[in-house]
Design a protein around this ligand. Sequence first.
Ligand code: GLU
Length: 307
Amino acid sequence: MSSPLTFQPVLDRIAAEIEQTPGRGRPADYIPALAACDPRRFGMAVAELDGTVYGVGDWRQPFSTQSITKVFTLALDLAHEADELWEHVGREPSGNPFNSLVQLEYENGIPRNPFINAGALVVTDRLHTQTGDAAGTLLDFLRAESGNEHLAINEDVAASESAHGDRNAALAHFMAAYGNIGNPVPVLLDEYFRQCSVEASCADLALATGFLARHGIRADGSRLLTMSQAKEVNAVMLTCGTYDAAGEFAYRVGLPGKSGVGGGVIAVVPGRCTLCVWSPGLDGHGNSVAGVAALDRFTTITGLSVF
Ligand code: GLU
């Protein structure tokens, strides 16, 4: 499609198609606070580089961002400590479920990438060391980039995560035994669960992701990441951002993306726009069924992909 392109008719068309699609998957049930979501909910937003936002359906409805926040903590930590992070976490797809423990032992407590839980725990730990307040730094950043001062952590969800967080605790303790965690594990887990429990809408998240389409430049024009770092984050999203289905996501959607078990997915068209879609029904890998389908339709209709 040629520019200028208004995205509204595209979004309206996608929402109408999704409405006709029967299967929606099932909401995450390992955290009781997420299990109650209606899988028929659907929202989608596109933000242009200048902050113009288009949306459809439940695009202003806040939802649990979950693993989507891993992109922002990665970017914030890179902005603080640059390449030193990569001595503590890798950049390869894991091919394992997001909360898997097995690889960590073979690989001496260095997680495969920053988007599996083990890797995200390392990133949050390091961001907490850098800032003294990892979850607060994340929240401030999301508020500033989205322009939404009301973004908040759902403390009930955080408590629910904590009450059902044995596996994350195991990952953190295991890595601490390898010397790859700097803060006390209970402190880290509290930061991590609060990070996962930030609530934001598709509009908020499409806007907050904008720096990755602007090659590292924040909404206020200041630079968060170098151009190379923005490229690196996008590359890790493409290869590792959608659990152990990143190959299928790249095949279908063709964009850097990151999903969360709350049913949200963000995606980046570098130099052009950012997207966020939300629908809480998940497939067996943890990706939103309608969300991935909608992004697939978006790149097919517009031709906007990185390939
Ligand atoms: N809070 C979730 C966990 O750590 C995040 C999972 C996800 O969205 O991938 O288990």
